[in-house]
Structures are given as C-alpha cells and as structure tokens.
Design a protein around this ligand. Structure first.
Ligand SMILES: Cc1cc2nc3c(=O)[nH]c(=O)nc-3n(C[C@H](O)[C@H](O)[C@H](O)COP(=O)(O)OP(=O)(O)OC[C@H]3O[C@@H](n4cnc5c(N)ncnc54)[C@H](O)[C@@H]3O)c2cc1C
Length: 418
C-alpha cells in the first residue's frame, strides 16, 4: 500500500542491511547510516537458523550465505563430569533437510551487503547516530559530528544493543562469554554440529563450525568460554596456562583448538542482556533487532529475529500506510518474539548460572524429555525458529493472512521477487 517512501535506516548490521534490501525491493528509497568508516562486520560466529535462511532467500542472498557458511545439523552438549547428555537437538527432527548455518558475521555481512550494493543502494559510513527528532516535515537523524539527515517518512532504528534511539533498558545477565575465531583444525570433533561441554552451569565451552570468511578458503570455528563479567579481571590476571589446563581437563579433544590461543587478547568478552520493548515504535520511528529486544545467544536466535523484524516491517508497509505500519509490524512479531524471549529466560540460567539445581533439572528432566518424540521435534522446531509462525496471523499484503507454516512452505511474497 505504502510505496515510494523515503526511509532512513540507522545501523548497517544484520537487521539494518536486511531492512535496506527488503524496503528497497518494496519500492522505497532507503538511506542507511553506520558509524563504521568502511562497511565491515563486527563480532565472531553465529547460527543462521532455518527461519533466518528463509528470510535470506526471500531477500535474494541465501545462496551467497550458504556458499560461505557451514551446515549445522545438530546441537550437542555433554556434562563433562557426569557424562550426562545435556543437549541433543537435531534440526531434521523438525523437518526433512532443515539445518542451521554456522557463519562468521563477516560472511553474513558480505551476503547482505553484497545484495544491497547489487540493488544500487549503499551505506553512508562514518555516520555516528546520536539522536532523532520529529517535526511536521518528518523524522530526522542527528549525527555526532553535527550533520543532520532527513526529513524521512520513517526512520528504522537498527543500531543494535546500545542504540541511543531506543528506550529499552535491558537486564544485564551475570554471565557473558569470551569469544574468538580459530582455524578448524585436524580434530575428532564433527564439523556439522555445535558441540559443547559443561560443568554444572558455571562452566561452558563450545565450538561452532562457521565455514569460510569472505575471500578465504580456510574453514573456521567460533570458540567460546562462558564467564561471569565479574570474573573477567581475574581471568586476565591469571594468564593463559591455568585456563587452558582447565579446558583440557574438561574436554581433552579441545587441544587442537586451545593450541591456537596464544594471547589473552584473542579472546573478546561479550556481555549479554535480556529485555523487550513493549512498544517497538514511536512517531515515524521503528526499532528492529537488538534495539527492540535482547536475549543471551543461548538459543541462537538474535540475528534471525533481526532478519524477521526487517521482513515484517517491509510487509507491514506493504499492507498499511506509514502511520499504521509500525503498529502492524509490532503485532506481526509480538507472539513469536514473546515466546522466544520466554524460552531464552527459561533456558539461559540452565546453561549459564551458579545454580547446581538448575543444572540438575537440565540434565535429569529437560534433556531426557527433549530426546523422545514428539518433544525432539519440538526442540528442533524451537532451534529452527519455527515453533510458531514467525510473522503471526496478521494480514501482511493485500489483506491476505499469513499462511500457517509460511516459513518453509510459502513461495516468496511477490514484492520480494523483483
Ligand atoms: C557473542 C554473541 C553470539 C551470538 N550468537 C548468535 C547466534 O548464534 N545466532 C543468532 O541469531 N544471533 C546471535 N547473536 C546475536 C546477534 O548477533 C544479534 O542479535 C544481531 O546481530 C542483532 O542485529 P542488529 O542488526 O539488531 O544489530 P547489530 O548486528 O549489532 O548491528 C548494529 C549496527 O549498528 C551500528 N551502530 C551501533 N551504534 C551506532 C551509532 N550510534 N551510529 C551509527 N551506527 C551504529 C554498528 O556498527 C552495527 O553495524 C550473538 C550475539 C553475540 C554478542
């Protein structure tokens, strides 16, 4: 319905680039701003779940992403001391051929940014967004260096977890993780699963195959170690040796990965937080991705949520005018988002906390139940992002309801086929 709008997008991460592509394809004029000097990604590895892959296909960059990423068929974890099977989620339990896609952020960025540029759109670099304001002409973006851009019919806040435009105050979780990217070595570990070891819930170490970086042929792994924020200074002070010895003790097969860590500076501390905006929009302003909702990466859904938000926003604008589309977007995403935020709140402390009781509950109750039908299918569907329809039951285009199970069955929406 709304076409040819002038839309400003703040942030060129996962959500911002996806929104740029979707809105451009829908016939809008987009301008994307990011603080980086040249387009570049930040961070380590992540899993693009089946639902996120479907969005990438819709946007026209699924093949480019798959060419770089590593298929992940299973999420697997074992308690190191007791040998209890803690995590055994098979994607194909939820649907034949389903799998995650392990990627370095650089790979996902390359796939999205390459598609954006091929459409003739581009990112305006060196633009640190400081604030936004609205007047009768439209909404404006204020940069830290004094420049002001606008007026826009709509501004999309895709500035991530530290967005200065978002009113979201999230709860910082006590545990974060140290992350790094390594080469995939000669190893007995399978290269088609996320593999983890735990000691109760206060220790967790994991390895995720993430395929290739753009322009490289080397296969890579994302490597992470769960850590309380308040233990970081102690970890830095103790040096690498005791930490590496502890990891070898927990998981001897990790040695070829550990051998590549020779400097503490290789490990970057990621802080996690949890929170959701009840109303992810204001006057001609919409928040998507981490600026609208944050969770620990335990369920591996953050990038997928940002991709879904971008698609929902484009569809909402297709179905309603710029005044009503933000509220429609919020309604389309609410059910899926709230459910996954609840899953994350429930599961995260079972994997990252000081509670022995929660670890016991995880290993003795949750994991055994999750291995038997039909719960194995439910676990696969949860990981896939497909436990319920991700865009809800709202009309998205021309009054048509979203088909149930749209994510795997429905053909691409007409507006995104151009
Ligand atoms: C360690 C870790 C592991 C994760 N693992 C997974 C996983 O396995 N699967 C998954 O789906 N998700 C995962 N996530 C979450 C996922 O990365 C995020 O949810 C996702 O990137 C959010 O996308 P976004 O577009 O909202 O923000 P981002 O991708 O963070 O993009 C924000 C963009 O805004 C720019 N920016 C920020 N501030 C400003 C400013 N003031 N002015 C201009 N530009 C600015 C940044 O440069 C960046 O380009 C993980 C996150 C972390 C930290």
């Amino acid at each position: 319905m709304a076409q040819g709008l002038h839309i400003g997008i703040a942030g060129a991460g996962v959500g911002g680039l996806a929104a740029g592509i979707a809105l451009h394809l829908a016939g809008h004029r987009v301008e994307i701003f990011d603080q980086f000097d040249a387009p570049r990604p930040v961070g380590s590895g992540l899993v693009v779940q089946p639902v996120g892959q479907r969005v990438l296909d819709w946007l026209g960059c699924g093949a480019a992403a798959r060419a770089l990423g590593a298929p992940i068929r299973m999420l697997h974890g074992v308690e190191a001391r007791t040998g209890a099977g803690t995590l055994a989620v098979r994607y194909d339990a939820a649907g034949v051929g389903l799998h995650g896609l392990g990627m370095h952020r650089a790979g996902l960025f390359e796939a999205l940014h390459g598609r954006l540029v091929s459409l003739g759109a581009r990112v305006v670099p060196s633009s640190q967004v400081m604030a936004s304001s609205a007047d009768r002409q439209g909404r404006w973006l204020q940069m830290a260096d004094g420049r002001r851009f606008g007026p826009f019919d709509l501004v999309v806040d895709a500035l991530g977890s530290h967005s200065p435009l978002s009113p979201l105050v999230s709860r910082v979780l006590p545990y974060g993780a140290l992350w790094t990217t390594l080469e995939w070595p000669v190893t007995e570990l399978p290269d088609d699963r996320l593999t983890q070891r735990y000691v109760a819930a206060h220790r967790m170490v994991g390895v995720l195959p993430i395929g290739r970086m753009p322009g490289e042929s080397t296969q890579r792994a994302a490597f992470f170690w769960s850590l309380r924020h308040d233990a970081f200074a102690g970890w830095q002070a103790q040096g690498l040796n005791p930490w590496q010895a502890e990891m070898r003790d927990i998981w001897p097969a990790l040695s070829p990965f550990i051998a590549q860590i020779t400097d503490p500076a290789q490990m970057v501390l990621a802080r996690y937080s949890h929170g959701t905006l009840r109303r992810p929009y204001a006057d001609r302003l919409v928040h998507i991705g981490d600026s609208a909702h944050r969770a620990s990466p335990q369920l591996g859904q953050g990038a997928n949520m940002a991709l879904l938000d971008a698609l929902a926003l484009a569809r909402a604008l297709d179905a309603a005018g710029p005044q009503d589309a933000p509220a429609l977007y919020a309604r389309m995403r609410r059910g899926h988002l709230m459910l996954y935020q609840a899953f994350s709140r429930f599961l995260t402390p079972q994997y990252q906390s000081d509670s022995r009781a929660l670890a016991w509950f995880r290993d003795r109750i949750v994991a055994p139940i999750g291995r038997v039908p039909p719960f194995d299918r439910a676990m696969g569907a949860i990981a896939s992002g497909l436990f319920i329809p991700p865009l809800g039951g709202e009309p998205y285009a021309n009054g048509q309801p979203v088909p149930p199970g749209w994510a795997m069955d429905a053909p691409p929406a007409p507006m995104l086929q151009r």
